[in-house]
Design a protein around this ligand. Structure first.
Ligand code: SF4
Length: 439
């Protein structure tokens, strides 16, 4: 064994998946993973730059690693992911105890760069975008977090340039993987006993458009749905403008495709949607939801919302509230706008004061809470299918997810992890459900 590595992951599922991939590569190169940074020879922070706060956290954690590096100078400290891509060399200047900075198109070279740092004992920074290679440059790592559910990256990057968003700058333009490679990867995961597959990408429903002759996203779902052994299929994240007729039909027809979609609205005001460059209007968004619900009446829908976008008036904000009322989301993820240079909105006039953003965020969450509660309560007394995946935080209970992505806790022995069971819901709590296995 060459040494131990520790990876701390920030941000989205895409990063979790990238960290798993780096761990796989390091292990293939003779290193072992540890959960204790104190015993690690390599400490990696796989970072998220989507919000200012997440970036600040990375710098603060790096600062806290300084004494450790002083005490054990042989430890390699590396930063990967979106903050690495955005900040590049600046990280090495601000934090001279950092050895390695690797951008979003380079993390698959982690083992090679670790050896370079060891050999040359100098700081290394590589943040080039590489569009020539097949993304992601990977053999299949075994899923580490769960033996039940696996994430499969089908594309990376984004071409949309929403004016608040840093993703196209730090992840680069859209590149889809070959459908054949994706399908092969899913097949191998199913052979390993995986029951639920989640297709990942910044904008999954524009899958294939960058690749001549490639199949559409809906067709990819159809082909994966046919694979033997697959029980559940999901995807994140989709852009409302790219929800096609064909994809809506797939929701009506594909058995494995779960009754859940995350469809980020961001605002309920057409004026703000235009300023955000979202390329859909409120009514177009609502029409897509209506069409989806028509083919899947029990479809659970979640969304992302931003409050306090530059220029957002009280009236605009009220329209976002009214969107919540109209759609009745199952759950929402809401955030205060923050400047993310070089995204365009950084230069927009009409910045909203912090206290107003805070008030609007609180109001929005309070407005949604009873809607979520009502939707959860509607499941009380019903029997739902649950895929048990982990030990619950509470003693002898297991946790699992319904097809509509709700967390359900049940009293059950560990041996049932990985099983699909029928559960009668007895109680709806604020963020989860409690039930009893009936089969
Ligand atoms: S669609 Fe918009 S919000 Fe989503 S990653 Fe692309 S630019 Fe960012």
């Amino acid at each position: 064994m060459k040494g131990r590595f520790f990876i701390q992951t920030f941000g989205c599922q895409m990063n979790v998946h990238d960290s798993e991939y780096m761990a796989f590569l390091l292990e293939a190169n003779g290193y072992r993973q540890t959960n204790n940074p104190k015993e690690a020879n390599i400490i990696l922070l796989n970072t998220c730059a989507v919000r200012q706060k997440a970036e600040e956290k990375v710098y603060s954690l790096l600062g806290r690693l300084k004494p450790l590096k002083k005490k054990r100078p042989e430890v390699i400290i590396g930063v990967t992911g979106c903050v690495a891509q955005k900040e590049g060399q600046r990280i090495l200047e601000r934090m001279p105890h950092v050895d390695l900075v690797l951008g979003t198109h380079q993390f698959y070279r982690i083992a090679e760069f670790i050896e370079t740092v060891k050999r040359e004992r100098q700081q290394v920074c590589c943040t080039e975008f590489n569009y020539q290679l097949e993304p992601p440059q990977r053999v299949i790592p075994l899923p580490r977090q769960s033996q039940v559910r696996a994430y499969v990256t089908i594309m990376q990057g984004c071409n949309n340039f929403c004016t608040y968003c840093i993703v196209p700058y730090v992840r680069g333009r859209e590149i889809s993987r070959k459908s054949q490679d994706v399908i092969e990867e899913v097949k191998r995961l199913l052979d390993m006993g995986i029951k639920e597959v989640i297709l990942l990408g910044q904008n999954v429903n524009s899958y294939g458009k960058d690749r001549k002759g490639e199949i559409s996203f809906a067709e990819l779902l159809r082909r994966i749905d046919k694979l033997p052994g697959l029980k559940r299929l999901r995807f994140i994240t989709s852009h409302p403008k790219d929800i096609s007729e064909e994809l809506i039909q797939a929701f009506g027809e594909l058995e494995s495709l779960c009754e859940y979609i995350h469809l980020p609205a961001q605002s309920g005001s057409d004026r703000i949607l235009k300023l955000m460059n979202r390329k859909y209007t409120r009514s177009e968004y609502l029409r897509k939801i209506e069409a989806l619900r028509k083919v899947r009446p029990n479809l659970a829908i979640s969304t992302d919302l931003i409050v306090g976008f530059p220029g957002e008036t009280e009236e605009d904000f009220k329209q976002t509230l009214s969107l919540l009322k109209e759609v009745e989301y199952d759950t929402i993820f809401a955030f205060k706008y923050s400047d993310r240079p070089p995204a365009k909105a950084v230069n927009f006039k009409g910045k909203i004061p912090e206290d107003v953003k805070k008030e609007r965020l609180e109001e929005l969450l309070e407005f949604q809470a009873p809607i979520t509660q009502r939707k959860n309560q509607a499941l009380e007394g019903k029997v739902v299918e649950v895929l048990l995946d982990t030990n619950s935080k509470r003693g002898n209970q297991l946790s699992g997810r319904t097809r509509c992505h709700r967390v359900v806790n049940v009293a059950a022995p560990k041996q049932l992890i990985g099983q699909i069971v029928q559960v009668k819901i007895e109680e709806a709590l604020a963020h989860s459900l409690r039930g009893r296995i009936i089969n």
